[in-house]
Design a protein around this ligand. Structure first.
Ligand code: NCD
Length: 314
């Protein structure tokens, strides 16, 4: 099984299965009261992390998950520079070779197409850890898992998605997953030229997600009570005319102290890394999940995925 796009999850049971495996696995490891390394469920398996773009959390949490399951990890953190890509090797050739070393490949690449090339040609399972401005399916899985764990369910939730909705791949994957739940209301808050593309607005319309667009978070919060505020940074590396554009971006979509005080009981989420879109005064709040529940759910979900790909389905 490859994990390439959240489009591949067609009904909510598909992701609930992953959540159930994740919960069971976490419980099993907790009951064994062991250091995860003492429970070598994947002792004879190797994961390759092949990252052509920077990453902190995604790569480390995959690697942590694999270590905790007793598996082995081979890794290149800057494949553009330190793999044979720098010598002109194609992705197909690299995958053919790594597929002889590893049982699963976790791939991050700046091109949207890369995940689909891997889907077609890799001889071992591939997990897409971010394909350009396309998708980031495992982030969306951990985000929905975080919402379910923190709020009890995902149905009927009012969710603010703020920041770079145009280029943010975590937003794209999240919308696919949220479309599997009932009565989702999205409040889309972004600078006008970073608003959600028509492709994703059409998905919302076709899948019954209601959405309203705002340019000011304050205005959005003064008119609505919401359950989740999901912030994202501006994806500077994907903007061609960066300097000129950044100068013109209004600040009104950011979560400052005033907006936080207006946000009622909403939980605050962020895939990280943060730039300055969430004021650091929010960090200590129990409602801020980006340094706590989201991180823990990231390891758990990735362990659940690795386990189901490498162990359960064997
Ligand atoms: C995100 C990504 O790489 O898309 N980070 C992550 O994996 N947690 C978000 C981002 O880079 O802004």
């Amino acid at each position: 099984m490859n994990i390439i796009s959240c489009k591949q999850f067609e009904k909510r049971e598909d992701i609930q299965d992953i959540f159930d495996i994740t919960e069971k696995l976490s419980l099993r490891l907790a009951h064994m009261n062991c250091h995860w390394l003492a429970s070598p469920i994947l002792w004879n398996k190797t994961m390759a992390s092949l990252f052509y773009e920077p990453s902190t959390r995604t790569r480390f949490s995959f690697e942590t998950a694999m270590h905790r399951l007793g598996g082995n990890v081979i890794s290149t953190e800057n494949a553009s520079q330190f793999s044979s890509h720098a010598k002109g090797e194609s992705l197909e050739d690299t995958l053919a070779v790594i597929g002889r070393y590893a049982d699963v490949i976790v791939l991050r690449h700046p091109d949207r197409e890369a995940a689909y090339i891997a889907d077609r040609c890799a001889k071992v399972p591939v997990i897409n850890a971010g394909n350009g401005d396309g998708e980031h399916p495992t982030q969306a899985l951990l985000d929905v898992f975080t919402i379910q764990k923190s709020l009890g369910s995902v149905d009927n939730k009012k969710i603010v998605l703020a920041g770079d909705l145009k280029y943010g791949r975590t937003i794209h994957s999240l919308i696919h997953l949220l479309s599997l739940y009932d009565n989702i209301n999205l409040h889309l808050v972004s600078p006008v030229d970073l608003s959600l593309s028509n492709e994703y607005k059409d998905i919302c319309k076709n899948k019954g997600i209601k959405f309203t667009e705002w340019q000011s978070l304050k205005e959005c919060l003064s008119n609505n009570s919401v359950d989740v505020i999901y912030m994202t940074r501006i994806q500077k590396e994907r903007h061609e005319t960066l300097t000129q554009r950044l100068r013109t971006y209004p600040e009104s979509w950011k979560l400052g102290e005033t907006e936080f005080n207006m946000s009622g009981e909403a939980v605050i989420m962020h895939p990280l890394p943060r730039n300055d879109e969430i004021n650091s005064c929010v960090d200590q709040s129990k409602r801020a999940l980006y340094f706590t529940t989201q991180i823990d759910c990231g390891i758990a979900i990735r362990a659940g995925l690795l386990y189901s790909i490498l162990f359960e389905r064997n």
